[in-house]
Design a protein around this ligand. Structure first.
Ligand SMILES: [Zn+2]
Ligand SMILES: [Zn+2]
Length: 247
């Protein structure tokens, strides 16, 4: 599976990532990617950027080294399902992803609560993608989440970093990701295979997802970031999140 876009990458601004926007873009260009979303963590993450960082992203050009740069965020879903950046800032961004993280304003402990918070984020019309929903730290009712994503036209991510040797069996698992992929296919929910790179070397690297891609029989039709044009079309939809996405 070849991807033309990586919709989940972090820079030094996240506080626990190690490359600059320029380094990320250069690495993406070298790998033949056409687009990356810069999705640094929201302010609730320890060491994360102040909200002004997101307000000033407009100083960045639309393309660096020929790679389209989406100015985005990986907002931290809070215990009540809200996000950790004011709406006026979220509206200024090209791409709002949201996920549940430890130590970043999320205190719930039950699967029911994780599911409710995730679905509340899905219903937020500014949210375009949920990051790592197949997450063993915060297990959700995947069927309910997939059904909500189908209804509100939100992308669900299959996260390549969940499979790396440090996180194996923790943040994600092959079984959960397989279930996510199969349900997403059944309900026509767009999937995105992303690196979640915290260092430029890892941009666009979804190697760890190969077994899942094979077993879930994913085709390019199922994967929105297999095509630059599909991503652009999705992003340019005004008020996205209320309209079902048909790949
Ligand atoms: Zn994350
Ligand atoms: Zn991330």
């Amino acid at each position: 599976m070849r991807i033309e876009a990586d919709l989940h990458t972090h820079t030094v601004a996240s506080g626990h990532a190690y490359s600059t926007v320029t380094e990320m873009a250069r690495a993406a260009a070298e790998k033949g990617l056409k687009l990356i979303a810069i999705t640094d963590h929201g302010p609730a993450m320890p060491g994360g950027p102040h909200e002004y960082y997101f307000g000033n992203l407009s100083v960045l050009p639309e393309e660096i080294f020929g790679v389209r740069i989406l100015k985005g965020i990986e907002a931290n879903i809070q215990s009540n399902g809200e996000l950790d950046l004011p709406e006026k800032r979220l509206k200024q961004l090209d791409f709002v992803a949201a996920g549940i993280h430890r130590y970043a304003g999320y205190e719930n402990t039950s699967k029911t609560e994780h599911t409710e918070a995730t679905i509340r984020a899905i219903k937020n019309p500014l949210v375009k993608m949920i990051t790592h929903p197949a997450n063993l730290y915060f297990p959700v009712d995947l069927l309910a989440v997939v059904q909500a994503a189908a209804e509100y036209g939100v992308i669900l991510e299959v996260n390549a970093s969940s499979f790396d040797r440090f996180r194996l069996g923790k943040r994600g698992s092959k079984e959960l990701s397989l279930k996510l992929c199969c349900l997403a296919k059944r309900y026509g929910v767009p999937l995105s295979l992303n690196s979640d790179a915290h260092f430029h070397r890892d941009v666009g690297n979804i190697e760890t997802l190969s077994p899942v891609i094979k077993e879930a029989k994913l085709s390019e039709r199922d994967i929105i970031n297999s095509s630059f044009d599909l991503v652009e079309a999705f992003i340019s939809r005004k008020g996205a999140g209320r309209q079902r996405c048909v790949l």
